[in-house]
Design a protein around this ligand. Structure first.
Ligand SMILES: [Ca+2]
Ligand SMILES: [Ca+2]
Length: 158
């Protein structure tokens, strides 16, 4: 940010008297609050109770107040492609630095969320932290077919 401060004209007009000028000095740092290096697709080829998968990601947020992480399930479970309300439950356990919380997607209700907020830290703001989401299938599939859900991870600066 450049600020041009013209003092000479004022000084000339005020010659003989003392002159004080306040200079406004400021700056700005760009906001970075993001999740990166996360794979978008995770597939259980033979879906069964107890199946697990780990999804890795990197988290960085340079807000002095920290960030809020939110997991949202779109379908509320792994939904059968042929039937909205026939699905298989799963949990998503997120850990990343100070973050540690679980979303249960087991009853098929759409758009359920779990979230956690933590304050800012040098680590979160500079190098960032690595995180993981542990997915676990918690119900036994009954019907044949393909099952899917969209799980969204959101990071918001506080
Ligand atoms: Ca649903
Ligand atoms: Ca803030």
């Amino acid at each position: 940010m450049n600020k041009l401060i013209v003092i000479s004209a004022i000084a000339a007009l005020s010659s003989g008297s003392a002159l004080a000028e306040n200079l406004n000095v400021g700056g700005a740092v760009e906001s970075v609050c993001e999740v990166s290096n996360i794979a978008a697709t995770h597939y259980f080829p033979a879906l069964a109770l107890g199946n697990t998968k780990t999804v890795n990601f990197d988290l960085k947020c340079n807000d002095v107040d920290g960030a809020t992480l939110t997991l949202t399930t779109s379908e509320g479970h792994l939904q059968n492609a042929d039937h909205e309300d026939r699905g298989v439950g799963y949990t998503a356990h997120l850990t990343a630095g100070p973050y540690d919380f679980t979303l249960s997607a087991e009853n098929g209700q759409n758009d359920q969320s779990a979230f956690q907020s933590n304050g800012g830290s040098n680590t979160l703001a500079t190098t960032g932290v690595t995180g993981m989401i542990d997915l676990e299938v918690t119900q036994t599939p009954v019907y044949a077919g393909t099952y899917a859900d969209t799980l969204m991870l959101t990071v918001t600066a506080n």
